[in-house]
Write a protein that binds this ligand. Structure first.
Ligand code: NDP
Ligand code: 2IT
Length: 449
C-alpha cells in the first residue's frame, strides 16, 4: 500500500475533522487516498479543480425519523438515512441497509465506496447509499411492511428513476424492496419501475439480480485464477456470511469446480468438508429465515457448528468475506496465510481491515477489493434499469453472460491500470485509480458544481 503525500495527508486530516466520529467513513477515504498519489502527480488538474475535496462532500444527505407501530401496539422510532454522494456519472445508485449498527458513518463509507465501484462498472450510475438502524431480526412480516412503508413515506420525495435509485443491502432483500416499491407507487401514483432495483421478476425485476453480487464475486475469483494460469477446479474456499451475497458466491464457486467448506452468520460458523449444500442453506436462510445452526442440525453427517474462534482459522485455498465491514483483521489474515490461502476477494464492502490488507500484500496473497469484486450486484441493477427504461426483459442466460462480461472487463481494467501506474497485480491500486479517474474526468467536464 502506498503512502499518501503531504498534500493528500492534509486533505485527509480535513475530512476527519469535518466528519467527526465517522470511523468507517475515514477508513474508506484513507484507503482510496492511499492509492491516488501517482495519479494526482501526473494530473494536477484534479487537485486544481478540488476534485478530492468535492468527492468527500456528499451532494446531499438526508436524515429522517421513521415512526411505526409494532405488533403489540407500541410506537417505535428509527432513524432513516440517504446519502446522495455523487451524481457525475448518472443518478445516485446504491443499496439500503437495515441493521442496528447503521449510523451516518456507515452510510457515508458505503456511499463513498459506491462512487468508485459504480464508475468501475462503466455503466451510467452515480453513487449513494442509505438505510436505517431498524433491526428486521425477529420482526413479523407485518412489522417489516409497516416499517418499510413509513421509511418510504419520507424517502419517496428524494427518489426517481433519473434522480436516485436504491436497492438492497444487509437486511434488505426482495421482501423489503416489494414493500418499498408498493408504497412509492401508491404515494406517487406512478408505476415507475426504474426507481428501485432488486424487484421481483413479475413486477419489473431483472433475471440474475438476486444472484448477481455473489455470482459476480465468483466470476472475479475465476478471472484472478485464470490470470495466473489456474482455475477454481479442485480448490477449497471459505465464504463468510450466509446472506444474499454469500449464498450465491457459494453456489457459483461450486458450479465452477470449487468446494466451499465453511460459511457463517453472526451466531457462529459451519464447517462442512463435503462442501456446503447450497439448496439446503437457501431453504433455511431464505424460506425459514433460520440460523446456520439449523443447517448443521439437518446435515449432521458432514457438518459441525463452531461458535468460538473465527472462520478464517480454517485452512483454505481461497477466502471470500461476504458478511460485513472489518470482519477480517490482521490476525485472521495471518491465519489464512498460514493455512495456505493465496486468493482473497471481498464480497462484502470493506470486510478486511487495513492491517489485514497489508498482511496479504506482504505475503503475496492476491487480494481483490470489494469495489471491484462485488460490483456485479450494482452492475446488474444498472441492467435492470436498462430493461425498465426500454420496457423489456431479458432471459437468464443472456443477463448472466452480460454480468460475466462486466466482471471480466472490471478485472482487466484493474490489472491494466495497476500495470500503467507501476504496481502490477495490485488490484487495490487498479480499482481505486480506474474508478477515480472515470468519475474525476466527468466532474472536470461538468464544471464546479
Ligand atoms: P444479508 O443481510 O443478506 O446477509 C448478511 C450476512 O452477513 C448474514 O449472514 C449476517 O448474519 C452476516 N452479518 C451481517 N452483519 C454482521 C455482523 N455485524 N457480524 C456478523 N455477521 C454479520 O446481506 P448481503 O448478503 O446483501 O450483504 C453482505 C455484504 O455484501 C455487505 O457488506 C453488503 O454491503 C455487501 N454487498 C451487498 C450487495 C447486494 O447486492 N446485496 C452488493 C455488494 C455488496 P446474521 O443474519 O446473523 O446477521
Ligand atoms: O453495495 C452494493 O453495491 C449494493 N448493495 C448494491 C447496490 C445496488 O444499487 O444494486
Amino acid at each position: 500500500m502506498a503512502a499518501m503525500d503531504s498534500q493528500v495527508e492534509e486533505l485527509y486530516r480535513r475530512v476527519v475533522a469535518r466528519n467527526p466520529g465517522e470511523a468507517e467513513f475515514h477508513q474508506a477515504v484513507r484507503e482510496v487516498f492511499e492509492s491516488l498519489t501517482p495519479v494526482l502527480r501526473k494530473n494536477p488538474q484534479y487537485t486544481d479543480a478540488g476534485i478530492l475535496t468535492r468527492l468527500c462532500e456528499p451532494e446531499r444527505q438526508i436524515i429522517f425519523r421513521v415512526p411505526w407501530v409494532d405488533d403489540h401496539g407500541v410506537v417505535q422510532i428509527n432513524r432513516g438515512f440517504r446519502v446522495e454522494f455523487n451524481s457525475a456519472l448518472g443518478p445516485f445508485k446504491g443499496g439500503l441497509r437495515f441493521h442496528p449498527s447503521v449510523y451516518l458513518g456507515v452510510v457515508k463509507f458505503l456511499g463513498f465506496e459506491q462512487i468508485f465501484k459504480n464508475a468501475l462498472t462503466g455503466l451510467p450510475i452515480g453513487g449513494g447509499k442509505g438505510g436505517s438502524d431498524f433491526d428486521p431480526k425477529g420482526r413479523s412480516d407485518g412489522e417489516v411492511m409497516r416499517f418499510c412503508q413509513s421509511f418510504m413515506t419520507e424517502l419517496y420525495r428524494h427518489l426517481g428513476e433519473h434522480t436516485d435509485v436504491p436497492a438492497g443491502d444487509i437486511g434488505v432483500g426482495g421482501r423489503e424492496i416489494g414493500y418499498l416499491f408498493g408504497q412509492y407507487k401508491r404515494i406517487t401514483n406512478r408505476y415507475e419501475s426504474g426507481v428501485l432495483t432488486g424487484k421481483g421478476l413479475s413486477w419489473g425485476g431483472s433475471q440474475v439480480r438476486t444472484e448477481a453480487t455473489g455470482y459476480g464475486v465468483a466470476f472475479f475469483v475465476a478471472e484472478m485464477l485464470a490470470a495466473a494460469g489456474d482455475s477454481l477446479e479442485g480448490k477449497t474456499a471459505i465464504v463468510s456470511g450466509s446472506g444474499n451475497v454469500a449464498i450465491h458466491a457459494i453456489e457459483k464457486i461450486q458450479q465452477l469446480g470449487g468446494r466451499v467448506i465453511a460459511c457463517s452468520d453472526s451466531s457462529g460458523h459451519v464447517i462442512d468438508d463435503a462442501g456446503i449444500d447450497v439448496e439446503l442453506l437457501k431453504e433455511i436462510k431464505n424460506s425459514r429465515r433460520g440460523r446456520v445452526a439449523d443447517y448443521v442440525a439437518e446435515r449432521h453427517a458432514s457438518a459441525r457448528l463452531i461458535t468460538d474462534g473465527t472462520i478464517w482459522q480454517i485452512p483454505t485455498d481461497i477466502a471470500v468475506p461476504c458478511a460485513t465491514q472489518n470482519e477480517l483483521d490482521e490476525l485472521d489474515a495471518k491465519a489464512l496465510v498460514a493455512g495456505g490461502c493465496t486468493v482473497v476477494a471481498e464480497g462484502a464492502n470493506m470486510p478486511c481491515t487495513p492491517d489485514a490488507v497489508r498482511t496479504f500484500a506482504a505475503s503475496g496473497v492476491r487480494f481483490a477489493p470489494g469495489k471491484a469484486a462485488n460490483a456485479g450486484g450494482v452492475a446488474t441493477s444498472a441492467l435492470e434499469m436498462q430493461q425498465n427504461a426500454s420496457r423489456d426483459s431479458w432471459d437468464f442466460d443472456y443477463t448472466e453472460n452480460r454480468l460475466a462480461e462486466i466482471m471480466r472487463s472490471i478485472h482487466e481494467t484493474c490489472l491494466a491500470t495497476a500495470e500503467e501506474y507501476g504496481t502490477p497485480g495490485d488490484y487495490v491500486v487498479g480499482a481505486n485509480i480506474a474508478g477515480f479517474t472515470h468519475v474525476a474526468d466527468a466532474m472536470l467536464s461538468l464544471g464546479v458544481i
